[in-house]
Design a binder for this molecule. Structure first.
Ligand code: GLC
Length: 561
């Protein structure tokens, strides 16, 4: 039969930007592309990505066929955590551009039929935020300190107030020097010490963020990604969590934890939903919420809360048919009662890239990607990643793509230690390298760094491997068998999938995932043996070049009937 990889039959070619003519809101099925702004494209030549760089490359995203982009924080920031430490929520960091650049970005994106989602970091501010500076200056017991969690230490003040831990390692508390120079109170930071947690029980905090949400919705953004949503409420009186010594921040396994997924967080989400609903145009709220299982996750997307939430169980699952099917079934079953769509995700700026992960013996994601560099087979990982893309994009609901996955980029595991910037590196005492390896700037064109990311001669903020010359957008655009061509074809065909959430499993063996959605059939072979395709339908897209059989670690989309 000889189905060419990525072959797109002419009769199925669709306009990438065609409206599905659906009455359902766009976000139910949207494919959203995560732009890690620091690493997407650098227009001003400082080695760091920026808003103008993004604007200049929007046609790549329109051409790829995604529906929307989520842009990581562009706010003024000391960059202790790559911009997730915000000093001013209503402006743009000069290194990234200006508010006028953002307006131009929104206009151009909308002209291209792309929606834009911004990142809202509301659990914590930067330590350089005026509120936190005022809190430090005002001293214990002041109203300024009440917007954060300042507490006296235990053991006469020398020990942290409780046993809570930071996502980046170590205690979640840091002791301050009081204005008179003496060691004083402690403040809470579930992330880096430069990211003090706000007290969301405080009316000032609630009202300030109402204004910030409105500021961006008024500006015309189509959605808001809620960073670290489960962190935004703490159990009253801040009791010990009972973490064992050396515990890691394994939020997906916690039950009844006093600093994560506390029920009061839903009050905040309802408040924002009420604001969003005042606006025309189907504005979207999507949360980042790593919680314990699909039922807890479904609480974030109840009808009066957020619209969607990333499904991290998909990302954490190993390349194993049973495990992947269990996530699909568990997710759909938990979300159906609340009426929310699933939102599948394989990679992000916080996780080991899935090409690398799928080539490892243990192919599920480690907590926040903070795993030691286990050996990987990148050829196998890429093969699985391509199959996983077809699997993910065939499922009911929406999907998030992380920049560079459409190029099949691997994790960069050999960054020199002196360039590492993720706070995890320092906080782990140089035992965990952190997340920089998935944040290396994109290769656009040319045969040597900076590969069109920055103007020639500029050194990007993280070095790109010379071998990425074969993975640039320019090279892959010309190659019909490239990963970029596979994603483009899949995203075009995907627009023809039935506009409902129905999925019917077929039994083609224990290590094969196969399901129908209307006349569409997706078959993924996770076994060690080729799978005959005879009688299964007409192949319209395959993750590799195939004949009459689907080889191991390969996926096919077929049309039946
Ligand atoms: C989220 C972000 C991550 C950041 C953290 C703290 O998990 O995705 O990059 O470090 O929140 O804001």
């Amino acid at each position: 039969m000889g189905t060419a990889a990525n072959a797109l039959p002419a009769d199925l070619e669709l306009d990438a930007r065609a409206d599905r003519g659906s009455a359902r809101p766009w976000w139910r099925t949207a494919v959203v592309y995560e732009v890690y702004l620091r690493s997407f494209a650098d227009a001003d030549g400082d080695g760091l990505g920026d808003v103008e760089g993004l604007r200049s490359r929007l046609t790549h995203l329109a051409d790829l066929g995604v529906d929307a982009l989520w842009v990581t924080p562009w706010y003024p920031s000391p960059m202790a955590d790559g911009g997730y430490d915000v000093a001013d929520y209503r402006d743009v960091d000069p290194r990234f551009g200006t508010l006028a650049d953002v307006d131009a970005l929104l206009a151009d994106a909308h002209d291209l039929g792309l929606r834009v989602v911004v990142d809202l970091v509301a659990n914590h501010t930067s330590a350089e935020h005026p509120w936190f500076r005022a809190a430090l200056a005002a001293g214990p017991g002041s109203p300024e300190r009440a917007r954060y969690f300042f507490r006296d230490g235990r053991g006469g003040g020398a020990e942290p107030p409780n046993d809570w831990i930071s996502a980046f390692g170590g205690s979640a508390w840091t002791r301050v020097r009081e204005p008179d120079g003496a060691p004083g109170q402690w403040y809470l930071h579930l992330f880096a010490p430069e990211q003090p947690d706000l007290d969301w029980g405080h009316p000032d905090v609630q009202e300030e963020f109402d204004g910030i949400v409105r500021f961006w919705l008024d500006r015309g953004v189509d959605g808001i990604r809620v960073d670290a949503a489960p962190a935004m409420a703490k159990a009253p009186d801040l009791p010990d969590a009972g973490h064992p010594p050396g515990a890691s921040f394994d939020a997906g396994s916690w039950v009844g934890n006093p600093h994560w997924d506390v029920d009061e967080v839903h009050e905040v989400l309802r408040r924002w939903r009420r604001i969003g609903d005042e606006y025309a145009g189907d504005r979207l709220f999507v949360s980042e919420a790593v919680v314990n299982g699909p039922e807890r996750l479904s609480r974030y997307v109840r009808p009066d809360e957020l619209h969607t939430t990333f499904n991290f169980d998909w990302l954490k699952a190993p390349w194993d048919a049973r495990a992947l099917r269990a996530v699909v079934d568990g997710t759909l079953a938990a979300l159906a009662p609340v009426g929310a769509p699933a939102t599948w995700v394989l990679s992000s700026h916080d996780e080991t890239r899935h090409v690398t992960r799928f080539g490892r013996a243990h192919s599920g994601a480690a907590v926040m990607g903070f795993d030691a560099a286990a050996p990987t087979d990148l050829a196998l990982g890429l093969r699985r990643a391509r199959a996983a893309a077809l699997l993910t994009l065939a499922l009911p609901g929406g999907a998030y793509l992380y920049q560079g996955e459409e190029l099949g980029l691997p994790e960069v595991e050999d960054l020199p230690e002196e360039v590492l910037q993720d706070p995890t590196w320092e906080r782990s005492g140089h035992t965990a390298r952190g997340r920089d390896g998935c944040r290396v700037p994109l290769p656009w064109s040319g045969d040597r760094p900076p590969f069109g990311f920055s103007p020639d001669g500029v050194v990007p903020w993280l070095p790109q491997p010379p071998g990425w010359r074969d993975l640039t957008v320019a090279v892959q655009r010309e190659d019909p068998s490239s990963t970029l061509s596979l994603y483009r074809a899949a995203l075009r065909l995907r627009r023809d999938l039935p506009d409902d959430d129905a999925l019917r499993w077929l039994d083609l063996g224990a290590d094969v995932l196969a399901f129908d959605r209307g006349p569409w059939r997706c078959v993924v072979n996770l076994s060690r043996h080729p799978l005959p395709l005879t009688g299964l339908g007409r192949p319209v897209l395959t993750s590799e070049q195939v004949g009459g059989e689907l080889p191991p670690d390969t996926a096919a989309w077929l049309v039946t009937g």
